[in-house]
Design a binder for this molecule. Structure first.
Ligand code: NAD
Ligand code: UDP
Length: 324
């Protein structure tokens, strides 16, 4: 990868994906300004970063048009947005604002600096897909007024805004459609299936599988997602490009794999299916392979084992003593 960026702004850099991205940027020699208001992020994600030369934090809400960070910028990565269903369902207006006003602010910043801009969009723009696997030229099947619409439509709007900036301003932009990503630093209480199942398995509680459990997801380990985002930023493709792992699994199979890897004897418990829950989701990553030379390298067994180790270390008695 040909990497020439000297100073990047990462909105949402205190979050799960954002904090890994900040770390990787610094390791490539790029300075990082993280812009975050900690709505769903975690200050703990920044503990090490704040000690690293080249990293700075601007605590601000991107939807309120904050003053721009001082200094040069040649890359803007816009990730700020509540992302788990539990978060965006409790923060509907904040989520809509992150996709609309937040995207406008981040794009305006990129425009004024002639910086490359990357939007962190989502597989949710495909809604409950009628095409499988999903390719970038599929327009999606989204309920515009259902509970998930605050997230799906905010991201669709953000994509539209980004595409308009390319057409009208000739801005150097790209769009990543990120599929379900998991790994260390997910919040234990964010409600997403992987932290939920791991926490339940480690505590010996039932694993709460929603609906039939036959709905599918294709889960990508965070290190692979970050590599994909950086490859997309480094190139010239304007997107959208799917970034995800095409290894498709049912939700029940993911729960069972987590039970196996933790050695847990927790039973599977059925809970009500989520409204408008996509039944299938799997990326076609042909474009990412061809245009970026990128493909994920870490399979579910390896990635889940690493994630379980991280969660287990956080809940260990030794760590509880450390906190005291
Ligand atoms: P996250 O909730 O851990 O991170 C989001 C970060 O954005 C948090 O630190 C939060 O405090 C910050 N934020 C939210 N609103 C803000 C605002 N108005 N101003 C400033 N900061 C704000 O979520 P994540 O899983 O790390 O997702 C990061 C991005 O990637 C999101 O844009 C999400 O839509 C996208 N994405 C993630 C996944 C995934 O599986 N994790 C999949 C598809 C897309
Ligand atoms: N899910 C589940 N149990 C949980 C949390 C989620 O069965 O405790 C299901 C959810 O209904 C969906 C899938 O797991 O079918 C993925 O949900 P998640 O919130 O992780 O991500 P999504 O892809 O829906 O954004």
């Amino acid at each position: 990868m040909d990497w020439n960026f000297t100073r990047a702004v990462v909105t949402g850099g205190a979050g799960f994906v954002g904090s890994h991205l900040c770390e990787r940027l610094l390791s490539l020699g790029t300075q990082v300004v993280c812009v975050d208001n900690f709505t769903t992020g975690d200050r703990e994600n920044l503990w090490e970063l704040l000690k690293t030369p080249g990293f700075s934090l601007l605590e601000a809400d991107v939807t309120r048009w904050p003053s721009e960070p001082p200094g040069p910028i040649d890359l803007v990565l816009h990730l700020a947005c509540p992302a788990s269903p539990r978060d965006y369902l409790r923060l509907p207006f904040e989520t809509l604002a992150a996709g609309s006003a937040g995207t406008a602010w981040a794009l305006d910043l990129a425009r004024r600096h002639h910086a490359r801009f990357l939007l962190a969009s989502t597989s949710e723009v495909y809604g409950d897909p009628e095409q499988h696997p999903q390719r970038e030229d599929y327009w999606g099947n989204v309920n515009p007024i259902g509970p998930r619409s605050v997230y799906d439509e905010a991201k669709r709007y953000a994509e539209a805004y980004t595409a308009a900036a390319r057409r009208e301003w000739e801005a150097d932009v790209t769009i990543a459609r990120i599929f379900n990503t998991y790994g260390p630093r997910m919040r234990a209480d964010d409600g997403r299936m992987i932290p939920a199942f791991i926490g339940q398995a480690l505590r010996g509680e039932p694993l709460t599988v929603a609906g039939s459990g036959t709905q599918t997801r294709s889960i990508c380990y965070v290190d692979d997602t970050v590599s994909g985002l950086l490859a997309l930023a480094a190139g010239a493709h304007s997107g959208p490009v799917n970034i995800g792992n095409p290894h498709e699994l049912t939700v029940l199979a993911i729960a069972e794999e987590i039970r196996r890897l933790t050695g847990s004897e927790s039973p599977i418990a059925r809970i009500a299916a989520a409204e408008d829950d996509p039944r299938r989701r799997c990326p076609d990553i042909g474009l990412a392979r061809a245009a970026l030379g990128w493909a994920p390298e870490i399979g579910p067994a390896e990635g889940l084992a690493r994630t379980i180790d991280w969660f287990a270390a956080r809940t260990s008695p030794a760590r509880e003593t450390e906190k005291i």
